[in-house]
Design a protein around this ligand. Structure first.
Ligand code: PMP
Length: 421
């Protein structure tokens, strides 16, 4: 049985023919035991301090209680711990309490929500009324897409888009194109031409596993040439990419031309929630037609922290500068060891290992030596693409990065993890 577990992944337990929910849960439990017994259980580790460049973990199996250098937090600019962001969230709680009490359509729409929508519209250089917020970044994609795209429409998606997009396009016709392959995209659009009411092309700005950027300029040109609508989810680009932190769209100088932008408050903005930016009429449509928005309670007053985080992107650009110093230093350090970091152009840094077993061993050895990373395996990436995934932060110190690089050198000596490029 153990032999089979080695090649297993969580995906294998999503649906097992003939198994009812309890039998499936039992089979799943067996897999979790295998992970735990072999010290590969790097999921749901219990943290006893806040999100940041270092973090305290509770004791759990082979994991010792203590402080770890952390590369698992997507709080790229460190705003979850910024005093001004905390202050904004606390004063909002003091003024409004801890909850919104209703969905936005029936009593749960407060001035801090409106202020946030206005700030997002302005941040993306659109007229007021161009933004809707959701209570997660996930639903900013899934719930809005479920509402916008029906079976007579088509979603044309880069195969590497986030799971939330895949969920959102379950009710529409779907075509996937090879990652960042603009010829494949054009081929699909040319065949789709007059067959669908809306042709929506959906890409990420920064891809969450390889950290590479979409070829946005070409994608926008092709999409518009064939009468399509472009949606860019730049969850990992905002605050990180572009001269003023407006993401991959700013980097490619197309910020004002993208039809629909989605993103999250859970990364650079140091909170939880998500947003969609588009033509104001489309925003109003979603306010009334998007079921998750209309039938679910609005964000808590804590979301006012995002208002301050948005300001800080312009007011304190040194965080983005520090982040890039860290990215360049760390990337070079990993490459000097001989490790394969792929084609990243962002704060997401993978160390590509390939072999699933070695990848798990590497994650464990890193953790044993005080470095907390995310070992990523199928189905998040393909079978041969296992990697250690890391998010860099502006608040990582040079000493922390040096310690992590030393541990990587040690892990490479022990496991020979340098995958050919
Ligand atoms: N889009 C992308 C590209 C993501 O990586 C994520 C989550 N990591 C989301 C959307 C969902 O955002 P959230 O975690 O805020 O729900």
């Amino acid at each position: 049985m153990k032999q089979t577990y080695i090649q297993s992944s969580f995906k294998d337990y999503e649906d097992i023919p003939g198994f009812d929910i309890y039998q499936r849960a039992t089979a799943h439990q067996g897999y979790l035991h295998y992970l735990k017994d072999n010290n590969f259980m790097n999921y749901r580790l219990l943290a006893t301090s806040g999100c940041g460049a270092d973090i305290n973990l509770a004791e759990d199996g082979y994991i010792k209680e203590g402080n770890y250098i952390s590369f698992v937090c997507n709080d790229y600019l460190g705003f979850t711990q910024h005093p001004e962001v905390k202050k904004a969230a606390i004063s909002s709680i003091e003024k409004y309490g801890t909850g919104a009490g209703a969905s936005p359509l029936i009593g749960g729409y407060f001035e801090f929500h409106k202020e946030l929508e206005d700030k997002i519209s302005t941040f993306f250089k659109r007229p007021l009324g161009s933004a809707i917020t959701y209570t997660t970044g996930y639903t900013a994609n899934s719930a809005s897409l479920l509402s916008l795209l029906k079976k007579d429409d088509i979603a044309i998606v880069d195969m590497a888009v986030h799971a939330s997009v895949y969920e959102g396009i379950l009710g529409t016709t779907t075509k996937r194109f090879l990652h960042n392959n603009t010829e494949a995209l054009e081929q699909i659009l040319s065949v789709a031409q007059d067959k669908y009411r809306t042709k929506m092309v959906i890409v990420d700005g920064v891809y969450s596993q390889d950290g590479d950027l979409a070829k946005l300029k070409e994608i926008l040109e092709i999409t518009h040439r064939y009468g399509g609508v472009l949606l860019v989810d730049d969850a990992h680009g905002i605050g990180v990419i572009g001269k003023t932190g407006r993401g991959a769209m700013e980097f490619f100088n197309i910020l004002e031309k993208v039809d629909i932008i989605t993103g999250t408050f859970s990364k650079t903005f140091g909170n939880v929630g998500g947003y969609l930016v588009a033509d104001p009429e489309l925003i109003t449509y979603l306010q009334f037609q998007s079921r998750q928005y209309a039938f679910s309670a609005a964000a808590t007053p804590i979301v006012a922290g995002v208002n301050k985080a948005i300001d800080l992107i312009d007011e304190e650009p040194h965080w983005q500068e520090k982040l890039w110093e860290n990215i360049e230093y760390y990337r070079k350090g990993l490459q000097d060891i001989g490790l394969n970091i792929g084609i990243t152009e962002s704060a997401i840094i993978p160390v590509k290992i390939g072999n699933i077993q070695k990848n798990s061993e590497a994650g464990k050895l890193l953790l044993e030596n005080g470095i907390y990373t995310n070992p990523i395996m199928y189905p998040a990436v393909s079978m041969k693409d296992s990697r250690i995934r890391m998010s860099l932060m502006a608040t990582h110190t040079r000493a922390q990065l040096d310690k992590a690089l030393n541990v990587f050198e040690y892990v490479n000596k022990k496991l020979d993890i340098a995958k050919p490029i």
